[in-house]
Each structure stands twice: as structure tokens, then as C-alpha cells.
Ligand binder design. Structure first.
Ligand SMILES: Nc1ncnc2c1ncn2[C@@H]1O[C@H](COP(=O)(O)OP(=O)(O)OP(=O)(O)O)[C@@H](O)[C@H]1O
Ligand SMILES: [Mg+2]
Length: 426
């Protein structure tokens, strides 16, 4: 029997909790999806826990369902962290090269990254999750991608420090404790989604991933293969639903059904006389409403949301300037007309982002709203790779770290432990 490893990714969103179980079989290139579950979520708002027992219930159901579907338990568990508490800060770390002959060693790079982490002036209520190397400077030479083996005296590392509030980490931690899950790592969700849907060419050319969730929209920009900007906006699909509920004077449930069945962000594509019979969703309702009017409500909110996205692009100087365009993920990407509106407002090519093809019951995760959970299992595999071979025996030789995405390498506090354990860092 070939060796197998099972990876579980858990995306705790404000609208849904998603769990994906995928298996790696020694000798096979792609993972096999064995279980994929999406459960309605309540009790999360903008990444923070509002009602712990409701969230814990949804997480427990999603995970046990994914385990039942797959018939396996997980070897590596990755949990996503999302929401408006996420921060991303560019920081410098400077060290003196330690070898007398001035040759930069792996250990110097590690120290420079540790300096970045130490230097980041965080208020004490924030927690660092990832330190993502951007570039290095060795004496007068700038923009070095890999300084190892070069010679110099002063090594400067520039990196993005990404993290969230301690409150959020504690909230998620309590939920996971309650359901008996001990995550092996946490990853910021927009970065996990990018792992699942973006390819190196898009990242090289310049691309923005826009994940439209229930209560948040994340904006992640890459260029020349590097992360350029990461922001989370406090608006998502639930705001569209709320607007419909107010506009139609209908319940939230009815408004959500109307949106899912008849919604579009392009009123011009809807005939002025098309009517939606609300009594088909709720027997207490007697009215019919204009589908064109519903589309106008949706367009107004989506227009505003996409203008906020554009402001983020302007903040990092990339407004209208990303050749690989806009990739939409999250449930909001399924709204008809979202792509066209994004094209129009962001003045960029736009399309829906689907997770990279995997084996197994692929159709279950072949949707933009599964991007984050699939990204988490892909990261779980990368993490395992850094551990050595599939059976976890020994370390990979020099270069092992390069098998792991850069941004997973140098990370704060708890997550660092696994690096210390699995990589020859010390
Ligand atoms: N076919 C569809 N048309 C329009 N909207 C949709 C469709 N499918 C899902 N949505 C919307 O997508 C949103 C949920 O997206 P998703 O499941 O990605 O959110 P989440 O990850 O739970 O939230 P967050 O990322 O904000 O924590 C909801 O507002 C839902 O109405
Ligand atoms: Mg989400």
C-alpha cells in the first residue's frame, strides 16, 4: 500500500463553515479530494466570533461530515483566519553578516527575518501570523531575491508582516478547543485562497484577488511574483441581501432567496416587466416585485463594493494597472454580472477564480467559494513537504524551505514552532 497523508482545511466564514479533506498518495502529483462540506454559519461577523456555541456547532458538523464522507481522519489541520482585524505591514530588518569571509548563509537570512519580526511595532493586542520576505539589500546592492552565497557586511530584509488581533485568535482558539480540534497551523484566508486559484504567471504579471464573502471582501494584490497589498473591507454579500430586504420590505431569508434565484448585478439585462412572486419563498408574502428593481438594488451595492476595491488598488498605485486583471472568489463571485461589473469599475480583465484542479470528488470543490478551504489543504501539503518525505521521515536537504511558499516560512510565535521542528532552522 502506498503511503498516504490526509489534510484538512477549515474555513470559518461569516456565511459558511467549509471543511475539505484531501489525501496525498505517495507517488501521485495531485491531491485527491475525499470530502468537502459547506455548512451555514452563524455567530461570525467580519472574522470575529460573536456567538461561540453557534460557530462551534457549525465547525463540529462540517468537520465530522467531512470525516464521514472521506472515511479518514486528518494528519495535518489548517485553519483560516479572516476578517477586518487582519493587518499587513511592510517592515525592515537589518543584521551584520556573521561569517568572517562575508558570505551570507541561510542563518543570516533567518536572523534578518527574526529582526523584521522583532522590529514590527505591534500594539500588544496583535499577533503576527506570517512574515513574508519581499527582497533583500546587501550593502549597496538592492532588490536581491536570494542573498545566500553572496558576500557583504550588512544584510537588510524587507518583508510584509501579516497578522490579526489577539482577540480574534483567542475567539477562534476557544471554538476549536470546544470541538476538540488542534490546528497544526493558521493561515490568513486571502493568502490561502490565492494559493488555490492564482498561478505564478498571474502573480508575475500583476493580479488582484477579490474574495467576496458574506460580511467581508478581501483584496490581495500581487506583482512580479510578490505580495504587494492585502486589505479586508467590511462589506460583502450579506449587505446586498440586507439592501434587498429593506428595498422589498421582505425578510432576510426571502431577500437571500430572491438574490440567489433571480439576482444579477446588471439591471440592463433584465426586462422591465419581469416579476418575482415573493409568495413562492414565503407564504406570508402576497406581493410580486420587479426583477429589474432588485437588480438595481444589487448593482448599487456591488458598485460601491467594487469602488472600495478600486480605492485599495489606488492605495498601492495599481489602479487599472494589473495585466492579469481581477480574479473573483468567495460566494459573491457567483452573483451573475459580478464579473462584468468588476471589469467596468476596475477597468481590468476580470474572471471568476476556480481552485486548481485536484483529483477525487473534485466537482464538490470546483467553485469559487471553496477557494479558501482548498488553499488550506494545499498549504497543509506544503507544510508536510517541509517535514521531509510523505512519511515524514527526516528533513529535506538544502532547499527544503523553497518547497514551502515564502510567506509560510518565517512566521510568528506558535506557527514558528512547526518550522523549528520540521526545518533545520537552528
Ligand atoms: N449564486 C449566488 N449569487 C449571489 N450571491 C451568492 C451566490 N452564492 C453565494 N452568494 C453569496 O455569497 C456570500 C457568502 O459567500 P462565502 O460563503 O464565500 O462567505 P464566507 O466565507 O462565509 O464569509 P466571509 O468570507 O465574509 O467570512 C453570501 O452573501 C451569499 O448570499
Ligand atoms: Mg470567506
Amino acid at each position: 500500500m502506498p503511503k498516504t497523508e490526509n489534510y484538512l482545511g477549515i474555513d470559518i466564514g461569516s456565511a459558511h463553515v467549509r471543511a475539505v479533506m484531501a489525501q496525498e498518495i505517495a507517488g501521485e502529483e495531485s491531491l485527491r479530494v475525499l470530502g468537502a462540506v459547506s455548512m451555514p454559519s452563524e455567530g461570525m461577523r467580519r472574522g470575529s466570533v460573536i456567538d461561540a456555541s453557534a460557530v462551534a456547532g457549525a465547525v463540529a458538523k462540517a468537520v465530522s461530515h467531512a470525516e464521514r464522507m472521506s472515511g479518514v481522519t486528518s494528519d495535518v489541520v489548517g485553519v483560516g483566519i479572516s476578517g477586518t482585524d487582519i493587518f499587513c505591514q511592510k517592515t525592515l530588518g537589518v543584521i551584520a553578516v556573521s561569517r568572517p569571509d562575508g558570505e551570507v548563509a541561510e542563518e543570516d537570512v533567518e536572523r534578518a527575518m527574526a529582526e523584521v519580526e522583532a522590529r514590527v511595532m505591534l500594539p500588544s493586542n496583535r499577533e503576527v501570523l506570517h512574515v513574508i520576505p519581499k527582497s533583500y539589500r546587501l550593502d549597496d546592492q538592492k532588490d536581491i531575491k536570494d542573498p545566500i552565497g553572496m558576500r557583504g557586511v550588512r544584510l537588510e530584509a524587507e518583508a510584509f508582516v501579516v497578522g490579526t488581533s489577539m482577540n480574534q485568535m483567542k475567539g477562534i482558539g476557544r471554538i476549536l478547543d470546544q470541538v476538540g480540534i488542534r490546528p497544526d497551523f493558521h493561515a490568513v484566508e486571502p493568502l490561502a485562497a490565492a494559493e488555490a486559484v492564482l498561478n505564478p504567471k498571474q502573480k508575475e504579471l500583476g493580479v488582484v484577488l477579490v474574495d467576496i464573502g458574506g460580511s467581508t471582501t478581501s483584496v490581495t494584490v500581487y506583482e512580479e511574483g510578490e505580495l504587494v497589498h492585502l486589505a479586508t473591507l467590511p462589506v460583502g454579500g450579506a449587505h446586498v441581501t440586507n439592501d434587498i430586504a429593506i428595498g422589498l420590505r421582505a425578510s432576510i431569508d426571502t431577500a437571500e432567496q430572491v438574490k440567489l434565484q433571480y439576482g444579477t448585478a446588471l439591471p440592463d439585462t433584465v426586462g422591465k416587466r419581469e416579476e418575482i412572486d415573493l409568495s413562492s419563498f414565503d407564504s406570508h408574502e402576497t406581493e410580486s416585485v420587479s426583477r429589474h428593481h432588485v437588480a438595481e438594488i444589487i448593482e448599487a451595492r456591488m458598485d460601491e463594493l467594487l469602488r472600495f476595491v478600486n480605492s485599495e488598488l489606488a492605495k498601492c498605485g495599481r489602479e487599472g494597472l494589473l495585466p492579469a486583471g481581477v480574479v473573483l472568489t468567495g460566494g459573491g463571485a457567483l452573483l451573475p454580472g459580478a464579473v462584468e461589473l468588476a471589469k467596468d469599475i476596475l477597468r481590468l480583465p476580470s474572471h471568476v477564480g476556480y481552485p486548481k484542479p485536484l483529483g477525487g470528488i473534485l466537482d464538490q470543490v470546483d467553485s469559487p467559494d471553496f477557494a479558501t478551504a482548498v488553499g488550506l489543504v494545499l498549504l497543509a501539503r506544503e507544510r508536510r513537504k517541509s517535514h521531509g518525505n510523505i512519511a515524514g521521515i527526516g528533513f529535506l536537504a538544502e532547499g527544503a524551505k523553497r518547497a514551502v511558499p515564502d510567506w509560510m516560512l518565517s512566521v510568528g510565535n506558535k506557527t514558528k514552532d512547526w518550522l523549528r521542528k520540521f526545518l533545520p532552522l537552528d
